[in-house]
Each structure stands twice: as structure tokens, then as C-alpha cells.
Ligand binder design. Sequence first.
Ligand code: PLP
Length: 402
Amino acid sequence: MVGGDLTADLPDGSTVRFAHLDYAASAPAVRAAADAVTALLPYAGSVHRGTGLRAQTSTLEYERARDLVAEFVGCRAGDEVVFTRNTTDALNLLARALPAGTTTVVFESEHHANLLPWPGQVRLPVPSSPDAAVAAVAAAVRTLRGPVLVAVTGASNVTGEVWPVRRIADVAHAHGARVLVDAAQLAPHSPIDLDELGADYLAFSGHKLYAPFGAGVLAGRADWLDAAEPYLAGGGASAAVGAEPGDVTWATGPARHEAGTPNLLGAVTLAAVCSVLLRADRDALHEREQELLARLRDGLASCPGVTEVSVFGPGHPRVGIVSLALPGRDAAVVAAELADRHGIGVRAGQFCAHPLTRGLIGSADVADCGTAASLLRISFGLGTTDGDIDRLVLALAGLTRP
Ligand code: PLP
């Protein structure tokens, strides 16, 4: 990992390897991403806009990146890959491209990025089980007419729990609805194949997938995207422009929603990581992650005053994310102490999923986004060591001891 050997200064004057356990926010970049930047930067030039070595190389690499991402998500005939800034951008793009009158169905447990953009929303309460989630979607879509989009997360950014996406997609499709999977947290931990997930659309971010910041993906059915107004008006999205205001023919395909000079390095580094993951033994990576998860949860079980939160119960499959309620403690203070005294980075707060975290903590007060409503989140992935987990557990046990 790039930066895997960073050290943090401790109060006693010593230094320690910095243990980054906040992958769910942003993961460190893998070496392949840095190598891709080094290889392309000397050639960087305009994409789709010029001639000569730089422009040609840049255009070629940008479209090669699109092809790689298409392979990564298993694009089918009629699907396309649009490069965006991040998952939030991808979800807002699709929200704006929905056919007029579309009803959207979401659980209130979603990250705000997959909760707030959707128009015409039917908001379902947090389900108590995977079966209840599937039943709630079935009941909702059964009654709806016109275009319907069900937007659901692949894995929760709060609990790490994997959602029954395939089963939700099957009931949604049985009633003619389409399905968007927010794969921001699933993609770094598990293959995300459109067909296997049963998804019509997928969105994810490069910075959570071991690539640098600034690039994300919306992949899926091209028809709604081609029929929609361009996400941004400008060069690249316009095929022909006349003299009169409004006299414009918009491009079709990904260009329609990628106006302006694109994020070449973002797309290429994201694709470089996709390429690494396509060749990796994902089963072995999954097994390793589950070992770390078990180690963490075993350790946490012996920490006093620490309660793991979950929607579907402790036995439900999850990715490398665990959030803790610390009754009587301010999670932000504990997170700061982990950083300052132990050189460990985690996250405290509500993780842009306020309705879910409030429910998990048992606080009904919408205005209470302060200490009482905060969780402590530990998240990890490629490059995390047993030692990182052990240090966290030891430090937390010391900090939360009554
Ligand atoms: N969806 C989920 C499940 C997330 O965890 C996040 C970020 O934490 C997002 C969407 C938004 O991602 P980004 O900030 O990269 O747009």
C-alpha cells in the first residue's frame, strides 16, 4: 500500500507505525494506482480533444480505463460506464436521469448519498432481517405504477452488513422495477458483477477502492441515461451547437454525462485497481478479511463498555467494518485518544447515515447529532495486519475501562 509505512508521533516521544483503520471513509492507494500515475503523467494531455502523442495517449488510456471498469462490473449489452467524481455524484446523476414520474424506493438505513438524491421517494423503515427487507420491497413495488427504481446499498457503511441485494433485485424485477446498488462499501471487499447482483445500475468510488480521490463510476443501463438531459451542459456532452440559445444536439453514450475535461488520472488509476482486483484471488482476500474481522470481534468482546451494533444480528455476513456504541463515553474523544496516544486512525460520528445510527443507538432526537448519538467505526481492508487489529483492541480496552 502507498503510505503503508507512515509513522505517528506518540506523547512519550516515541513513534509507531500509523494504523489506518478508517478504510470505509477512504482506503490507502495500492502501488498499482501510483504506478499508473507515474506511467501516464508524462503523456497527460487532452482527452477526446486533440491530436498528437499526448492527446492520443490520454484518449486511448481513458477509454481503456472505461473498458476495464466495464469488465470489472460485468457490463452487458446495453450497459455503459460513466465516470463521475465519486459515488455521491454517480447517484445524483442517475437521480436526475430518471424518467419523469419515476418512484424511488429506499430504506432509511442508507448512506445520505443514497437517501437524499432520489425524487418521488417511498422510504422504508430499517428492516429487522434480510427476509423483512425483501418483503418490504416486494410490498412497496407491488403497489406502484410507472417507472420504479429501488436503490439499495450492497454493504452498510455503518455496520458493514451485506444486504440481500440479489433477492431484493429479484422481487423488484418481478414487478418491473429497476435496481441501483450503491456499491461504495461492497466494491472494496467483494466482486461486484451487475448480473450476479441483479443490478441495473451500480455506483462506487475510487477513493474507497484503493485508488486516489476524485473519480467514481456509474455503470448500468444506457437507455434512461441516453434519454435524459445531460448531467452538465458543456463541451464534450454537446455533439452540435447552433447559433440560437437552446439549439444543441446532445451526444449519446457516456459523453452525454461527462461534460468538461474528464479526470484522466482518476479514471486510469481507478481502472488500474480494477485490473489488479480482476486478477486477484478474491476468495483468498475474502478469507483473510474474515480472519481479521473475527480477530477484531473476539478482541472487542473482551473490551468493557463496548457494544457492537448491527441491523440483522451479529451472525449476519459483513465486510470489514464494525461500529461500536460506547455508552457513557464520547466516541469522538475516544477516537481522538486513539489517534493521539496510540497512532491509530478510526472514525467517530454518524457516518452520513443519521437515521440509521440514531436508530441503532436508540436516540429519537433528530437534532441530537452530538456525543450521545455517535458511534466509533473501525474499518479495514488490504494491507491491514493482525498487529493493527491487536493494537486497536488493546488501546480501546484501556480507554474504555470503567
Ligand atoms: N454510499 C456509501 C454506502 C458510502 O459509505 C459512501 C461514503 O462513505 C457513499 C455512498 C458516498 O461516497 P463518496 O463520498 O465517495 O461520494
